[in-house]
Design a protein. Structure first.
Ligand code: HEC
Length: 116
């Protein structure tokens, strides 16, 4: 068998394996369906996290342990947001000094509820 034949066979085999696995794996279809279902969700989370230089910083730091929706689900006042940042640090979040003000201001500006 020369190398051209071998290459042909490999490609054929690759194709069949590919087609087979797609057809025989309903979970793949589920994954695709799930991905499509997530599109509006992603669009939504982009809307609710207003654009700002701080947004990416918040997204990177705060999505490491839990989804960013945690932020949306919390009704915290300005003081509580600040305290929460220290709470997250005590749980292991790495927030550098220079990011702390940025992140706090972003959260307070966009997500703070009235002081109780
Ligand atoms: C090192 C991991 C870690 C990082 C990074 C992190 N958190 Fe958390 N966060 C936790 C844990 C652990 C909890 C509490 C357990 C739970 O409910 O999952 C929590 C809970 C929360 C809650 C709910 C608090 C409550 O009392 O209901 C909010 C809001 C929150 N985090 C916001 C943030 C924000 C904002 C950031 C970014 C500045 C952040 N987290 C980064 C680990 C982390």
């Amino acid at each position: 068998m020369n190398s051209a034949t071998l290459g042909y066979l490999r490609r054929r085999l690759g194709e069949t394996v590919h087609i087979r696995s797609a057809a025989h794996c309903p979970c793949l279809l589920w994954l695709i369906a799930l991905a499509i279902a997530c599109i509006p969700l992603l669009a939504r989370s982009q809307d609710v996290f207003p654009d700002s230089p701080a947004r990416d910083t918040v997204a990177v730091i705060c999505s490491q342990c839990h989804p960013l929706t945690r932020i949306l689900d919390s009704k915290l006042s300005a003081t509580q947001w600040e305290a929460l940042l220290y709470d997250m640090i005590s749980r292991g979040a790495t927030i550098y000094d220079r990011e702390l003000t940025l992140v706090r201001d972003y959260l307070v500006e966009n997500f703070a509820a009235d002081e109780r």
